[in-house]
Design a protein around this ligand. Structure first.
Ligand code: SAM
Length: 201
């Protein structure tokens, strides 16, 4: 019998719990990293929309292998105990003046990863518009503060706005591709935009 995305999502939740991750979203980053190597040991990584902390913890454990560091930012604190030594966490709006200047101070970055998402209202037009705004902000930050050859992965709710964002990303990445991990739920309209090998600016 075929396995639905919903069944797989539930098995991801159980696996996350067993492996000590606070959210099953970790398996989306795992799949992205396996398909396309975004992060390597020693990298300076920025994780935007990091809470509760699965992507941050996975990056620390599996990708940096003790070398490099992660700047993690979210409106909410990370739910990691302990917070790994490679992680510096900021709580607040990543795009506010104060937090943005802290992010800039800690850059430039080899990789920016962002699973950022708005609080959803259940109204697709409103939810996608808010997601597009957040994604755009991450892409602007990557344009300015990602190193040459750096990589970006950022979530967006598909509503049509992703077309213009992909077009913008193509101006400064060698390769850009949309990607939908198997770990996404069937009814989710999220996808990830991956930008590889930032061009010299
Ligand atoms: C899907 S969750 C991220 C899950 C995370 N990747 C993990 O694996 O644990 C999306 C996050 O984006 C955060 N977020 C939304 N808007 C934000 C903003 N302006 N600045 C910082 N974080 C934001 C939310 O607070 C939420 O924690």
């Amino acid at each position: 019998m075929a396995t639905s995305r919903r069944d797989r999502a539930d098995s991801y939740t159980k696996r996350a719990h067993k492996e000590g991750y606070p959210a099953r979203s970790v398996y989306k980053l795992e799949e992205i990293q396996k398909t396309t190597r975004i992060i390597k040991p020693g990298d300076n990584v920025l994780d935007i929309g990091a809470a509760p902390g699965s992507w941050t913890l996975y990056t620390h454990r599996e990708l940096l292998k003790g070398k490099g560091r992660i700047i993690a930012v979210d409106l909410n604190p990370l739910n990691l105990d302990p917070v790994p030594l490679t992680v510096t966490a900021f709580v607040g709006d990543a795009f506010s003046k104060d937090i943005r200047s802290l992010l800039v101070e800690n850059g430039p970055y080899d990789a920016i990863i962002s699973d950022v998402a708005p609080m959803t209202m259940g109204n697709r037009a409103v939810d996608t518009a808010r997601s597009e705004y957040l994604t755009e902000q991450v892409v602007f930050l990557a344009k300015e503060h990602l190193k040459e050859h750096g990589n970006l992965v950022v979530k967006i709710f598909q509503g049509g706005g992703e077309v213009a964002i992909i077009k913008e990303m193509r101006t400064f990445f060698t390769k850009v591709k949309p990607f939908k991990p198997k770990a996404c739920r069937d009814d989710s309209f999220e996808i990830y935009l991956i930008g590889l090998d930032k061009k010299r600016t």
